[in-house]
Write a protein that binds this ligand. Structure first.
Ligand code: DC
Length: 231
């Protein structure tokens, strides 16, 4: 429920980063909905550009082919936390970007500097257009995309907790195989040269391994309210 304070409060920019399976998306959406803010899933944007490259037969083993195509697709994100959307050249790709094929290729595409420059530009213009503020979730939001965010949160969780959550999302998935795939993707995302997954020096770290979603949401809402009160 949105409060009167939320309607009159100054715009607030919240950056939520962390590896896969830490509850970033569920937390970010719930915090944005509760505080009347917009919401941006930046992983969906990297997935969308990857989906376009796969669909258009771009050679994903060749970074220069990826770089040359980076400016071509038109990626549009809808930022309502109750019903976020993502389109590529006008096509709804919310389903296709979650396939195993896209998931296994997104790290290679998102490591290419031209792709990051393109998507980072989109993210900054969406954040600056969000009149009442926005929750932006990703890997490099607090460090690179929005270094002046009012609040930076870095979510972590044990590999076991993350794999168990992801396997529950993808019904019937094998936990051990999911754990291996998660670790492989996190290693690729953390070790790439351009804006790797990293905790900003001024981010608040929250280990979600033993917390419920509701507890994590309450913790982040409290942090946002503290920042708002201090503005
Ligand atoms: O959050 P996700 O699993 O949907 O993200 C998909 C991939 O996108 C992830 O493996 C790394 C990349 N990504 C990124 O490089 N930078 C971001 N800000 C968000 C995601």
């Amino acid at each position: 429920m949105e409060s009167t304070a939320a309607r009159t409060a100054p715009a607030v920019i919240v950056a939520i980063d962390g590896p896969s399976g830490t509850g970033k998306s569920s937390t970010s959406r719930a915090v944005a909905a509760q505080l009347g803010l917009s919401y941006l899933d930046t992983g969906a944007q990297y997935r969308a550009i990857t989906w376009w490259m796969v669909t258009n037969g771009i050679d994903l083993t060749d970074p220069s082919s990826i770089a040359a195509a980076a400016g071509k697709p038109d990626i549009v994100s809808g930022t309502d936390p109750g019903a976020p959307t993502i389109t590529v050249d006008g096509t709804d790709v919310a389903g296709p970007i979650r396939t195993q094929e896209v998931t296994s290729k997104v790290s290679a595409v998102s490591a290419v500097p031209e792709v990051r420059a393109r998507i980072t530009g989109l993210q900054r213009s969406i954040a600056s257009a969000a009149g009442r503020g926005i929750v932006v979730e990703g890997r490099d939001i607090g460090t690179t995309v929005l270094p002046d965010a009012d609040l930076k949160v870095f979510l972590t969780a044990s590999a076991e907790a993350r794999a168990a959550r992801r396997s529950a999302e993808i019904k019937g998935a094998d936990v051990a195989a999911t754990r291996e795939a998660l670790i492989k993707r996190d290693t690729a995302d953390s070790t790439r040269k351009v804006s790797p997954l990293a905790k900003a020096a001024d981010a608040v770290e929250v280990d979600t391994s033993d917390l419920t979603l509701q507890q994590v949401v309450e913790c982040v809402v409290t942090l946002v309210e503290e920042k708002r009160a201090a503005k």
